[in-house]
Design a protein around this ligand. Structure first.
Ligand code: ADP
Length: 585
């Protein structure tokens, strides 16, 4: 009896469903024109209007016909409608006219940014070529520099100068090819890739697309996103870019792509090949003050609804903020700190407790709290076993102390301070040089064999790597082993070989700017880097003395306070430089 009852119920339900479905069909038919549903007619009309190539149109029509056969309640019909909506959202035919007027473009670039002369020149050249050839072929411009130097904002200015729409694609953390090229729509939750998204956002098929942080993409087992990007950037094949989701070719060839990166080292070699690198390597304090006065402060005043007269920030205050509240190559933190001053001022003004606010060095702490940074001032009186190096990171340059202790032991070497493999090798190379030349350097062989050496680089939590600390390590080693103190005002950078040669390094501009910020007076650089000195800002060159060296013996002679015992090297020149610095012989 129970079974009979259950079967009857099930049959009744099926009958009921069938009856309703039939009713729905009739209703849909009543609603449709020429026997077709309204939405289907609409899709067909829109697709025909796009005027796509025959193959693409046929493919879309097939999808629409398939949709027509499905009931509007089915899950698949939802997927197909979403697909058709996305395809129709794409700006297949909408194109903005290029308005390239070089004089106007120059004005816009000048108005938006202070300095950056070489960058602006290069961009104007590019615009001139686009204007004459009416096409965008050739290498992709890649703006390289630490955060906050204006890469993104330069790119938006270019879009403004050309009258093009702008879209930004963040490449940071893209690991999967599908993020560039989309998932096939048979996947659950499939979506088009970031490239197609950017066009939907830009609403024109010739926008300026910024590929932000192109050095941060990485591949994994799911395929190589860099390879997919190659197709996007290759002007020979990007007129028919195929996204897995969209599945019909889309023309990217009218787009102006601009990329940004923090360093060139981690850009995929094949991508690097197609790019022209323009370096924006950071600002001097003077430039930062100018940027703050002309751009950052007026912008933040506007953002916070403040009038020019209601908040005064003096020149000296900006200098104070740069020195004590920021430590960066760009101006991003400076901008943030100015924003926080504006916020506090807005609160005072809005609450009625003040009509105007004046920020002075004396009351700066009321707005920004305690000072966070102090100019590097090495007040160590004991400079035995310490030397000052210069480091280069994606965030600009920095000074870096290397400390060495020589302890009683059995000739072990301890390294602390989060050193990378290459830096560890530098230590071994420097030690090998010192051991091999112990006699000449006045190092007691007995001490070497009966001591442990501990090398430490402060700020232990920050990973450090690279070969350019080689001569700094060797100097600290000789200083520690001979008791000869290093000079406080000398910083250095250079790779060392086990035979004592000094090899070239990268990032001289950033490093020397960091040294300038830290109050260093002399920098020892590798001879081979002399050619890079013309990139170093003039104010830095006026303040700091650069001494090129090709051998570590020269470095030691300059960096250590007392003469180093060396027999076969001509050190007259070095001694001369030392006397010039006023070091007592
Ligand atoms: P990036 O993309 O290099 O990290 P942004 O373009 O985001 O840096 O710049 C950060 C802020 O600094 C922006 O508000 C930008 O307008 C400003 N800025 C950077 N450089 C300059 C400059 N030379 N002139 C004016 N403003 C600048």
């Amino acid at each position: 009896h129970d079974i009979k009852k259950k079967v009857k119920e099930s049959i009744d339900q099926n009958k009921k469903d069938y009856y309703i479905r039939e009713q729905m069909k009739v209703i849909q038919k009543e609603l449709s024109i020429n026997g077709e549903r309204e939405d289907i007619v609409e899709y067909k009309k829109k697709v025909t209007e796009l005027g796509l190539p025959q193959q693409s149109q046929e493919k879309l029509m097939k999808e629409i016909n398939h949709l027509a056969k499905l009931g509007s309640m089915s899950q698949e019909s939802g997927v197909i409608s979403a697909y058709l909506d996305t395809v129709l959202d794409l700006p297949w035919n909408s194109k903005t006219p290029d308005r390239i007027d070089l004089k106007k473009a120059e004005k816009i670039l000048e108005a938006d940014h202070y300095g950056l002369k070489r960058v602006k020149e290069r961009i104007l050249e590019q615009l001139a070529v686009i204007k004459l050839t009416k096409s965008i072929k050739g290498p992709i411009i890649c703006l390289v520099g630490p955060p906050g130097v204006g890469k993104t904002s330069v790119a938006t200015s270019i879009a403004r100068a050309m009258g093009r729409n702008f879209a930004r694609i963040s490449m940071g953390g893209v690991r999967d090819e599908a993020e560039i090229r989309g998932h096939r729509k048979t996947y659950v939750g499939a979506m088009p890739g970031r490239i197609i998204h950017a066009y939907i956002q830009a609403k024109s098929n010739n926008p300026l697309i910024l590929l932000d942080e192109i050095d941060k993409i990485s591949g994994d087992y799911k395929g190589d996103p860099a390879a997919a990007l190659l197709e996007v950037l290759d002007s020979a094949q990007n007129n028919a870019f195929s996204d897995h989701y969209i599945d019909i070719p889309f023309d990217l060839s009218n787009t102006l792509f601009i990329a940004t990166a923090n360093t060139v080292d981690s850009i995929h070699p094949a991508l690097y090949d197609r790019m022209e690198i323009i370096n924006l390597s950071g600002y001097t304090d003077d430039e930062k003050i100018n940027i703050a006065e002309r751009h950052l402060i007026p912008n933040q005043l506007q953002n916070h609804g403040l009038k020019k007269a209601s908040l005064t920030i003096g020149k000296g205050v900006i200098d104070d903020i740069i020195e004590h509240y920021t430590k960066e190559a760009g101006v991003r933190t400076l901008d943030r700190e100015i924003a926080s001053i504006c916020r506090k001022a807005a609160t005072r003004i809005a609450s009625g407790s003040a009509k105007t606010v004046k920020v002075k060095s004396g009351n700066l702490h009321e707005f920004l709290g305690k000072r966070k940074f102090f100019r590097y001032m090495n007040l160590d009186t004991d400079r035995v076993g310490i030397s000052t190096g210069l480091a280069w990171t994606a965030y600009g340059g920095d000074t870096l102390d290397i400390e060495i202790n020589v302890l009683k032991g059995k000739g072990n070497l301890d390294l602390t301070g989060n050193l990378g493999e290459v830096m560890k090798e530098s230590v071994t190379a420097a030690l090998s040089y010192v051991k091999a030349n112990a006699d000449r350097l006045g190092v007691d062989a007995e001490v070497l064999s009966s001591s442990d050496i501990h090398l430490h680089i402060p700020e232990g939590a920050v990973p450090k790597d690279g070969p350019s600390a080689g001569i700094t390590i060797a100097t600290a080693l000789v200083s520690a082993l001979t008791g000869n103190p290093t000079s406080r005002e000398v910083a250095m950078t250079g790779e060392i070989t086990i035979r004592g040669r000094v090899l070239a390094i990268g990032g001289l501009k950033e490093k020397s700017m960091a040294a300038y910020r830290s109050g260093v007076k002399t920098i020892i650089i590798p001879e081979e880097n002399v050619k890079d000195l013309d990139e170093v800002p003039q104010v830095v060159k006026d303040t700091i003395k650069f001494i090129p060296c090709s051998r570590i013996e020269q470095v030691l002679e300059i960096a250590l306070e007392r003469p180093v015992c060396i027999d076969n090297i001509n050190i007259v020149e070095c001694i001369g430089q030392k006397e010039e610095r006023g070091v007592v012989q």
